[in-house]
Design a protein around this ligand. Sequence first.
Ligand code: NDP
Length: 303
Amino acid sequence: MQLLDGVLVSAHIKEQIKQEVTDWQAQGGKKPHLAAILVGNNPASEAYVGSKVKHCDELGFDSTLLRFPADITEAQLIAEVVRLNNDDNIDGILVQLPLPDHISGDSVINAINPAKDVDGFHPISVGKMVLGQPTFLPATPYGIMLMLEYYQINTAGMNCVVIGRSNIVGTPMTLLMSRNTNPGNATVTMAHSKTKNLKELCLNADIIVAAIGRPKYVTADMVKPGAIVIDVGINRIPDATKKSGSRLVGDVDFDGVAPLCSYITPVPGGVGLMTICGLMKNTLLAAKLRTNAVRGAALAQSN
Ligand code: NDP
């Protein structure tokens, strides 16, 4: 069994991003600037946003964190998004999900300028992804593809089961794994809570991507020997041996499943770190595309 090591791969990709930022600035480009919107004070959301802002610092990006109380109205939040759309200094906008129940996540995401949609959740970004056109890919599936690429895992022709069909993980993951790319070219089954024969499907899978949100749900009796297992889940469970009284586990029963696998991601230290890489790569790309568009327009005007 080989660990798909998010610490190792993300460090490698972050070095590449840092170098690209340095080169970009040497060519007169400005620092990429990410704006993050956080509504309310959900501890998990606070931690995710905090980590994204910290990574901006580490990689030489600018960042702006906008915090709003949980009772902000949908109209007010959309007005903030529009303000960021119109702020030339901002290259990427992310709205940390979930939002409070009285706000439609779809409406807020739809208000983001697709040129700044570094989470890849806007319908234009999703549509381009479906059509195989260049776009911002959703950060978690993008990060998983980067990890498979790093380990040069050839997934062509493999049977892949993605468990979960959310817009942010399961659905885009299903799509990316089935595209005519490498990694990709897998035969993909997307499973969800109404799937009847999950165990049989998984036992036939060369790759399982678990994005369920249920601690240790995928157990050894569901995994074919030699399979590749990608664990997206981040679940906090009680653990009296920890000072905090809890610890993070994935959607896969790592101890039971790992000995069977050819490759497996740990939690923590796996997909979560790759998600950050996906977001940062998107933000750098957004900065470059926006600047080049402005330069192109200026050039066209001067001709
Ligand atoms: P959602 O709750 O949006 O989706 C969960 C999916 O799992 C749903 O499609 C649901 O089916 C399916 N599901 C639930 N129970 C079962 C079951 N018993 N059998 C089969 N399918 C089931 O979660 P997300 O996609 O947002 O996140 C999934 C997990 O990944 C969470 O633990 C989350 O914290 C983590 N996560 C980690 C990230 C990272 O960077 N590592 C990033 C994003 C999420 P149905 O549609 O029928 O309800």
